[in-house]
Write a protein that binds this ligand. Structure first.
Ligand SMILES: [Mg+2]
Length: 342
């Protein structure tokens, strides 16, 4: 079946924004506390629209990544840095320390090698989806550019591992549809192989965690979130108080593990999937954004309920940027390869 790339590009980026917007009010809150506020999330959204009136840094930086790819007709480090520096004028909404501290240094012309923070936080994974989309036909470039895009602000190997895995997951899911479904084993093989055979101990640790996610898909959502909320987190960052509770840590490995776990448990409905992602607990907006990129590219815009798209502030602009990114992708990967075959 032919892939409707425009539908997939738009689904992915609007998926980030929907998850981020719905998760934003629940950032830093335990899952059990979130659920004490309502019994029906859909009704809660409808009667509390003001709570869901904005997305955050996750969507902002994703859009800046997309714009840099559009301007450079592909990955260009200088354009990416320029776009991230421009984000400071947006201004940033709920930024993470790793991102804001390094980007402020980039603004003053400090090279990224010196500017990058040693944060293993999820700030680079949450903005990587446009790279997964744009390089879906070239796994080598996808890996290199996902890695480089992460290194610009985060020198920690956990951050780059998350960015590579999510970009690769998006490139896998872009060719799947809800009609044809996909093999969960194949999904894990593909994403795990994207970070296999490295010299990074943390990448190997991430592979172990991803294997645990794969083998835990039969447990309940709540049990899985408790299991993976702080996966890979070490002292002094581990939060003792949240042991045995669903509160997703902003460390890359735990956030990505939870986002993938939830996504794979809700493959039948975008709405159900995004509702669970955005109410994960802890770093809910980023679980919503990362999981939303996976759900969005898998389901495609055509399978996302219009009322969920319309809840996103400036959704028309996001759809337009997605279309511009798709046009560039088409120009480079579709039109040229068709011409080569003529
Ligand atoms: Mg955020």
């Amino acid at each position: 079946m032919k892939t409707d790339y425009l539908d997939k590009f738009q689904g992915c980026l609007i998926g980030v924004a929907v998850g981020d917007t719905l998760g934003h009010p629940f950032e830093g809150i335990l899952r059990e506390k979130i659920y004490s506020r309502f019994s029906d999330f859909k009704e809660f959204i409808a009667s509390n629209k003001k709570l869901f009136n904005t997305y955050t840094d996750d969507t902002q930086l994703t859009l800046h990544t997309a714009k840099a790819l559009i301007q450079g007709s592909g990955f260009n480090e200088d354009y990416l840095i320029r776009e991230y520096v421009e984000w400071l004028e947006d201004p940033p909404i709920g930024p993470g320390y790793g991102c804001i501290s390094s980007i402020q240094k980039l603004k003053y012309g400090i090279s990224w090698k010196k500017a990058a923070s040693n944060s293993g936080g999820n700030g680079t994974t949450m903005r990587v989806s446009p790279i997964g989309l744009f390089y879906n036909k070239d796994a080598i470039k996808l890996k290199n550019f996902a890695l480089q895009s992460s290194n610009i602000t985060h020198s920690h190997p956990a951050a780059s591992a998350g960015a590579i895995v999510i970009a690769r997951a998006i490139s896998f899911l872009i060719n799947k549809t809800i009609e044809t479904e996909f093999s969960v084993d194949e999904f894990f093989n593909v994403i795990i192989s994207s970070i296999s055979n490295s010299r990074e101990e943390i990448w190997d640790q991430f592979i172990e965690i991803l294997n645990k996610v794969k083998n835990s898909l039969n447990i309940s959502l709540g049990a899985g979130l408790i299991k993976f909320s702080q996966a890979g987190v070490k002292a002094p960052y581990f939060i003792e108080d949240y042991l045995g509770k669903a509160f997703v840590h902003p460390y890359t490995l735990s956030t990505v593990a939870c986002a993938i776990f939830i996504f794979l448990k809700y493959l039948n409905s975008f709405e159900e999937c995004i509702f669970q992602l955005a109410t994960a607990g802890g770093d809910s907006d980023t679980v919503g954004a990362i999981g939303g990129s996976l759900a969005g590219v898998y389901f495609g815009k055509g399978n996302i309920p219009p009322d969920l798209i319309q809840i996103v502030r400036g959704y028309k602009d996001i759809l337009k940027i997605s279309e511009e990114l798709w046009l560039k992708f088409k120009e480079i990967y579709i039109t040229k390869s068709t011409q080569n075959h003529l």
